[in-house]
Design a protein around this ligand. Structure first.
Ligand SMILES: [Zn+2]
Length: 66
């Protein structure tokens, strides 16, 4: 009864697929931006286009031409 054992799970084994890592050369998702992102960087945008918040600029307008 055990000569036709079906291995459960792992149905996708055998394929030499690349591990789930990001491509080595990812570009910023910003249109026109050609900044490459590190594959360890999980962001979609580069540093300049990342929707980061600036904690320092709290209600303070920083401009030189005032
Ligand atoms: Zn960018």
């Amino acid at each position: 009864m055990a000569d036709n054992t079906v291995v459960k799970g792992r149905r996708l084994s055998g394929s030499a697929r690349a591990p789930k890592t990001y491509s080595t050369t990812r570009r910023c998702a910003h249109e026109g931006c050609e900044t490459t992102l590190s594959r360890y960087n999980r962001r979609e945008y580069c540093f300049a286009h990342a929707p980061t918040k600036y904690p320092r600029l709290r209600g303070r307008v920083v401009s030189d031409d005032s």
